[in-house]
Design a protein. Sequence first.
Length: 449
Amino acid sequence: MQTLSMLKKISDQYNKQFEKIEFAPIQKAYTSPHYLGISVRFPGKTVNLLIGRGQRYEGIEFSLKNIPSLLRQQDKFLDFIRKNLIGKKMGKIVVDPQKRRIRIPILSMGHLSYFDLMWLDRELYFSWQTNLDEGFAIFRSWSGESRANTLNSLDEIFKDFTHQIDPTDHASTEQFEYLGFDMKAYLKSCLVGHANVQSPQKKKKFNQRKKENIQKDIKRFEKRIMIKDQLLNEQVVLNGQSFDLCGVKVKFKEEDSYYKKRDLVFTKIKSLDKAVEILQKRLFELSKVVSEKENEEEVGRIKLPVVQVVWDNSKKQKTKITASDFSIVTYELPSKIRVSVSLNAQSNDELRKNANKDHYWFHIDQIQGSHAIAKTDRFDQLSEVDLKLIGSLLAHHSKYPGSEADIIFATVKELRGVKGAAGKVTVKKPKYLRIQTIPEWEKMINLLG
């Protein structure tokens, strides 16, 4: 457990990183069962600020090493941090002189917002004050959202708890030397007595089989070079309705002449040349992954209970979700590709769970609203007009007022639902495009139901 004096000492040492700069870019965020890790880039190095999630892990630490991948978990606290902090800049930590409370200023496009945290009764509470043109939007983890004309102090933010006294909150005269956070010791403490560890052998074998299959394909396609030379010297017989090119069938029409058939085989050889380039690139990347996995410790991902941040103390009665709660509409684009759009949070999850994993998912970035899935596994089949219509559908059903929208998209298999947060997802490999919505989209699209 970290006392107030320890919190001050560690914060002072962390703030020394800001000697040359006033704000530092926030790069990534991860969480273990006990710490939220935020990677902050300083000149010449990246420092990981570790925020204790409570239950004996209170206060802050910092380390040059990030949280090991086998300890990383996913929850709505991490989702909130990634949405609101990643890509912005962090300033020096300000510590309350009387209580275990801190304020972290966050800079984004010239506006300052504030990330406030407090540890009380072995639990973590946090708030987020966003600086808007009309004032501050305040999110408190324990009570929800509110508005204010001016910035709230730490006392005002945490006024709900002023009557409570935490024995660790009073000032202390203790002296100690902070040697930095020992990530290896933390990992070891998580492993001790923990039998439920998933072995990575299954993943290693999968990667090895994948590597061998790619190598087989590359070797199989090598014969195309010899066939190309034979074609140039007219040494290949092209009788019949097809030709076997390294296991790939090239089909001919009855009326095709010898030279037409030869041109078709040449065209297929060119496509195999490109395929081999792609396979070689995949092989190179996969070889690096396999090599890294071989050097890892013989542990996979540890399943430990996550210390939950205090999030809305009000007791809400859970209601069973039925089929009538789902609301999904389907449209047909001019290209005949169908697009399904969800109309509420429960439907977002239902749409994703029942979709083909190779189909494409779309959403207006940084807003709460509808999700859409285009029922095609080829993005190049979607024309510019199709994409504008998908953006227009999302804007309409999300009540988005703008004439332009930033769209985030990915395949369904790259999505992961956020535990405890209906309708929210994290995206493994997000892609972005900016589209101009079409005011008269309804005249260009068919509603199927």
